[in-house]
Design a protein around this ligand. Structure first.
Ligand SMILES: NC(=O)CC[C@H](N)C(=O)O
Length: 287
């Protein structure tokens, strides 16, 4: 069966940090999907700086950089609330890398004095700069179970993970089901009338728990060579997903490897398809 997708727009938040690198890898990922899986989609990859640009997106990447600076610029550009709505009410696929993961967490440690604004969406607490300062940055090959196939690289090959003043997920927080249910109900009635796709998807999202997607062992040689100190515990969580939100501690955008982007674009296709199914069901039940 062939599934036809409408044109799909994926945005990269372009307020600060490594946004153009993400756009390049998205283009490469789309080519990989076309060549390896014959998935033909008219993709639009855009840089997002305004609420109007965000409103055109079906999915969003928040890049690595400096989360405090990004949050400040987002607040000044009137993007903070639209971003929260995009992630937590409209439930569109959103992926944060490094600083992006911090912004998508519900809670963060070692924030600047007075705290910092977060977007939230992942029920986790992150520990900023977990591995130390800039000089303690490191790279290491890890095998990640969730890669797609690129043009010249199969999903089974290890992925080069670049950690620069990276955060880790230090705690999965209790699922805020009660609060979310209430919020979703209120928001769904504001954003869309009852029984619309947004409403259905918000309800579905309430059931999604935090999934741990990847860990790094504290025995990892690259990590140890760059560290003066041992970290508590044997494993640090470096990638998580909860429903439509995905975050990783490292920077795939600083490699030339599009395999996580390939996987994530496929996740967007699934989300668009499910949204379409809800629309069809709603139209059928109304007509
Ligand atoms: N490379 C990065 O994105 C670093 C993140 C940075 N430590 C922050 O707190 O935002």
């Amino acid at each position: 069966m062939t599934v036809t997708f409408p044109d799909i727009t994926v945005g990269v938040l372009a307020l600060q940090g490594a946004f153009s690198e993400h756009v390049q890898l998205l283009r490469l990922a789309a080519k990989s999907l076309e060549q390896r899986k014959a998935v033909h989609v008219k993709w639009g990859f855009i840089e997002v700086r305004t609420p109007q640009e965000l409103a055109t997106c079906d999915g969003l990447i928040i890049p690595g950089g400096e989360s405090t600076a990004m949050a400040l610029v987002a607040a000044r550009s009137g993007l903070l609330e639209p971003l929260r709505e995009f992630v937590k009410v409209l439930r569109k696929p959103t992926w944060g890398t490094c600083a992006g993961l911090i912004l998508l967490a519900e809670s963060a440690n070692k924030t600047k004095k007075g705290g910092q604004d977060l977007i939230g969406g992942l029920d986790v607490r992150v520990n900023r700069n977990h591995f130390g300062r800039q000089v303690e940055s490191f790279q290491t090959d890890l095998s990640l179970p969730f890669l797609g196939d690129a043009i010249d690289k199969d999903s089974s090959e290890p992925f080069r993970c670049v950690f620069i003043r990276a955060p880790v997920v230090e705690k999965v927080l209790p699922h805020r089901e009660g609060i979310q249910a209430e919020e979703a109900e209120q928001d769904a009635t504001v954003v869309a009338p009852a029984q619309t796709p947004a409403d259905e998807l918000a309800k579905e999202a309430l059931q999604s728990e935090v999934e741990i997607m990847a860990n790094i062992s504290t025995r990892n040689t690259a990590l140890q060579q760059n560290q003066e100190h041992e970290h508590a515990g044997n494993e640090d969580i470096i990638a998580v997903r909860q429903g439509n939100v995905f975050g990783c501690s490292f920077h795939p955008e600083l490699t030339a490897d599009p395999r996580i982007h390939v996987w994530w674009l496929e996740e967007i296709l699934k989300a668009v398809q499910r949204r379409q199914e809800f629309v069809d069901r709603t139209v059928l039940s109304v007509s």
